[in-house]
Design a protein around this ligand. Structure first.
Ligand code: HEC
Ligand code: HEC
Length: 359
């Protein structure tokens, strides 16, 4: 470093050949701040070698310090939540427009089956600037991540000060939510202070999630989802389809759904999507941009009486890996009623013998 520093200083002293105007200014500022400006006053008049050496060390050190300052401000400002969009801690290959609408991503359940925790540990190097992972390790820019898989979103973590954005998310970090989060943190929680662009590679995400799971969580991995699972018409009980539902009774049943779903036209998405006009609509699509699980998105077709009936009798059976955490309605009559109610809210289905009266 010494020769380089000396060359830099000497070239400066020779009239700053090779330095840009901005660099020159910077160098002067550095030197002035070091209280050495006077040494440079008559830099054109030639100075002895020992001075050149001192100046070289000083200037070289200054440039190095400036470089470090730039790097570290980049680093530390990454946590300033005032400017999350611009201070992004971009990591190799990450893409802000993540979503990859055109490319079908394999469900996380299937990717986990092939994932490699050792590779995940290597990928975790990208997280280490902000996160510790070992049990009892300190929070840094981000919280310690020991046993985070299965833990509540944005809570605990030895009193870590989460953003309101992440605190506002209900639920737990399951494999699917982690996959979404790590694809694009800001898309998952707008206003999060995790200034990390995301991991674009679905395999990298699976590896790192598997690695996180080995650190204190050890949750059982989800069962793989059948590729392009068809709605399997005829394979499942169609009890409800044979029953003429009662929309008024269904409205009462819908009390069980309200914690997660709004139903009126234009109602906001909550934990689950708004369900206005869902009867007859495409499965796992639209709903004002609601972020469906890959499991549900993998289903093709529309919500007719039969698919709704299967879904509502056991969501996880219909779409393993769905994020609708609802055990299902055992009673076929209740399912028929709630389907009639859904259909009365903007639906397009003709149900049984008597179409549900629109309300
Ligand atoms: C630039 C710093 C930074 C990097 C890099 C980073 N994170 Fe974070 N992370 C944060 C911050 C800050 C939070 C808190 C977010 C909030 O409160 O909105 C956070 C939160 C999290 C959470 C939620 C914890 C909880 O208890 O709710 C997880 C999980 C997480 N990060 C995983 C990762 C993984 C995995 C990586 C690497 C692939 C990573 N992070 C990279 C800063 C970072
Ligand atoms: C604990 C929250 C929760 C409860 C309770 C709940 N749901 Fe859901 N629902 C969800 C989530 C989350 C999704 C998205 C599933 C996915 O993407 O895998 C969903 C999806 C759906 C869909 C698919 C929407 C579409 O456009 O593809 C329908 C239909 C639905 N729910 C109906 C109901 C009905 C009817 C009830 C009550 C009997 C109910 N849900 C209870 C959370 C819930």
């Amino acid at each position: 470093m010494r020769p380089t520093a000396q060359i830099a200083a000497q070239s400066h002293l020779r009239g700053c050949g090779g330095m840009t105007r901005a660099n020159r200014k910077t160098a002067v500022v550095i030197v002035r701040e070091a209280g050495l400006a006077r040494f440079f006053k008559d830099s054109g008049k030639g100075m002895n070698d020992s001075f050149n050496t001192i100046a070289g060390w000083t200037l070289g050190g200054g440039i190095l310090a400036l470089g470090l300052a730039t790097v570290s401000s980049h680093y530390f400002l990454a946590d300033k939540h005032e400017r999350p969009a611009t201070m992004g801690y971009a990591i190799a290959g990450a893409d802000d427009s993540a979503g990859g609408a055109a490319v079908a991503v394999e469900p996380i359940a299937n990717r986990l089956g092939k994932a490699d925790a050792a590779k995940g540990e290597a990928t975790f190097a990208k997280c280490k600037a902000c996160h510790t992972i070992d049990q009892g390790a300190a929070n840094g820019i981000g919280p310690n991540l020991w046993a985070v898989v299965g833990d509540g979103v944005g809570v605990g973590r030895a009193g870590y000060a989460f953003s309101d954005s992440l605190k506002g998310k209900a639920g737990k970090w399951d494999f699917d939510t982690l996959d979404k989060w790590l694809t694009n943190p800001k898309a998952f929680a707008e206003g999060t202070k995790m200034s990390f662009a995301g991991l674009t590679s679905p395999e990298d995400r699976a590896n790192v999630i598997l690695y996180l799971n080995t650190k204190g969580s050890n949750l059982p991995l989800p069962a793989p989802v059948a590729a392009a699972a068809a709605p399997a018409a005829g394979a499942a009980p169609m009890a409800a389809a044979a029953i003429v539902g009662d929309a008024a009774a269904g409205e009462k049943v819908f009390g069980k759904c309200k914690a997660c779903h709004s139903i009126d036209q234009g109602g906001a998405n909550g934990i689950g999507p708004n369900l206005y006009a869902v009867a007859g609509d495409a499965i796992g699509e639209g709903r004002a941009g609601y972020a469906f699980s890959d499991a549900l998105k993998a289903h093709k077709g529309v919500w007719d009486a039969a698919t709704l009936d299967q879904w509502l009798s056991g969501p996880a059976k219909f779409a393993a890996g769905t994020k609708m955490s609802f055990a299902g309605l055992e009673d076929p009559k209740q399912r028929a009623d709630v389907i009639a109610y859904l259909n009365s809210k903007g639906g397009k289905l003709t149900l049984g013998a008597a179409p549900a009266a629109a309300k």
